[in-house]
Design a binder for this molecule. Sequence first.
Ligand code: 6BB
Length: 682
Amino acid sequence: MPVERTENRGADELHRYYEVYETIGSGGFAKVKLGRHIATGEKVAIKIMNKKDLGDDLPRVKVEIEAMKNLSHQHVCRLYQVIETSTQIFMVLEYCPGGELFDYIIAKDRLSEEETRVFFRQIVSAMAYVHSQGYAHRDLKPENLLIDEDHNLKLIDFGLCAKPKGGLGYELMTCCGSPAYAAPELIQGKAYIGSEADVWSMGVLLFALLCGYLPFDDDNCMVLYRKIMRGNYDNPRWLSPGSILILNQMMQVDPKRRLSVRQLLDHPWVVKDYNSPVEWHSRQPLGHIDEDSITEMAVNMKRSRESTTALVKEWRYDHTTATYLLLLSKKQRGKPVRLHPEPAVCEDSCSPLHRGLQSRDILHFSEDEDAVIVGSLDLSSEYIDDCPWISVTQQGFRGQPDGLTNNKNVRVTSPSVDKRCAYTTTPDRGRATTQNHQKRKDRDQEQTSENKENIVVQEKEVEIFALPLPRTPASSKKNARHNKNVLTTPNQNANAINSKPNAVTPKGGSASKEHKKRTENKELVNIEVLAFSPERRSRSLDMAGTGDSGKKKRGGKMFGSLERGLDKVITMLTPSKRRGLRDGPRKIKAQYNVTLTSQTNPDQVLNQILSILPEKNVDFTQKGYTLKCQTCGDFGKVTMAFELEVCMLQRPEVVGVRRQRLKGDAWVYKHLVEDILSTSSI
Ligand code: 6BB
């Protein structure tokens, strides 16, 4: 059948040029996998979409592809190649191993003003550039900012962007994006200016960076909309007057009173410690041709430099574009501008597998010592499905311990409970909050000032003292609960990831030193340490009493449910199923998505988590020490998917829990995982 042939050609093309690895995330209609571009050896992210599943969202993908073809900036994720078949679309994109800014914020609770400034300058730079190209992003949030290997931000997800025909000054009508970040004029269904709405979202984002929670939040959409329309939010006491001012100036209900991105470029808060405005021009302008990359391609393809240049300049976003851009990226990172030689006998008819294997002989994951390679062979026929038991850490690819591969999955399901509001304009980004931070804040009484009238306040000269960061309401509560048991929480005072403001542009040796420092900082500093608590049960009951864990009445029934959960655990760990546990948990280094416990017995930690998951209405499948978790909505639709993995840390030698969100609203995930881990008292 011709259709099938086209489909295979697309898949073949992907596997011909890329090795495809583990899924690193999925949205409503896309799956993102790690990949490696065989010719350059560079890692890439491959976004895979099934056209049938996309349905009405197909135009969004086309919008995203068109926008990304027109954007080339140091803080915008780069598109390398697009492969389209009759049934699927593959987008090959820049690899950002640091994952989402969202996860980074929640791992640190919140960021210091200095670290926030480093990131915020990059966000302003990206947005000034995007606007200068005539686009409004319209879905700015920390989930759409990824961290690359140099700890720089890259903006992703242009599916909702708009490029008004007459320029950005022209009004838009479509209400889109995530409601918590949406500007009041957008929510009201008024005509709005895209760049003005983006500044509001940048204000919400800045607040989230500085505070670790959202300024406007509620489980009930109507209540949330009212809060946004009023523009009232509380300023926690740790915000400096300068931060309060800029937030207020960005979250002005009247878009005409809001700061513009141009004003943000040299705003006093933004330039503080830098003494220079944000540099927003592209360092990699579209159309620029790099001679070294052309020479390398020409030699490799046995063509003239002229014809190679002409080919590249077609910007077809095919393998030529990808090879050129990836070579350029290597050059910019100080790596040799080298291609692996084309296999001599391998023509178009050659099987992708053959080519993959040949390439694999030459390529190795030099930076990932214990990498396990899953090449074309393993995944060629099912690249849109998960390769379930190969897990990926922020540092690279790792396999599960041997012995897990034959293990059957254990699946435990529980009744679905997700009855929260979804934002109708973006059905795949249904938003909800399990626990209301606002309520927590009220309880914790952390705030000292409010911007009730949403009036622009004047900046005052203030003295800045270096004080340790006070904790957020959420963490204060957590601390209160764990009071005696928390060993250390060393993340709070390690504020400035980049001690120098110019860390945005790493250069030469100092860049690698900076990077090393940052990596160390990331690995060693941002570790949450929880301890086993003898008061665990009473604390769980406390939480049930306050309605904090799942908002269901549990009260005295908590023990009963816990025991029921443990029954399930015991049933699950029958001898055949224990096989996966035989070799013990993986040994990993501390990373910011790993919660440390004070326990040394991984099975005990695993059992504690297993017993809590049914309580929280989380369905899961178990494979060894990894739990693939999901929650379902009313009609059985998966609303959230994440992994929890019990692992052993080396320094200190304790049990850790690695967490990774795969799908669903980031803030709901944060609350749920916090809830699971604190209730488990690990
Ligand atoms: C992308 C990426 C690029 O990912 C779920 C959605 C680039 C993702 C990545 C990573 C973690 C580790 C290694 C690489 C363009 N569009 C979307 C992209 C979306 C997923 C991000 C994670 N959460 N590199 N990576 F995120």
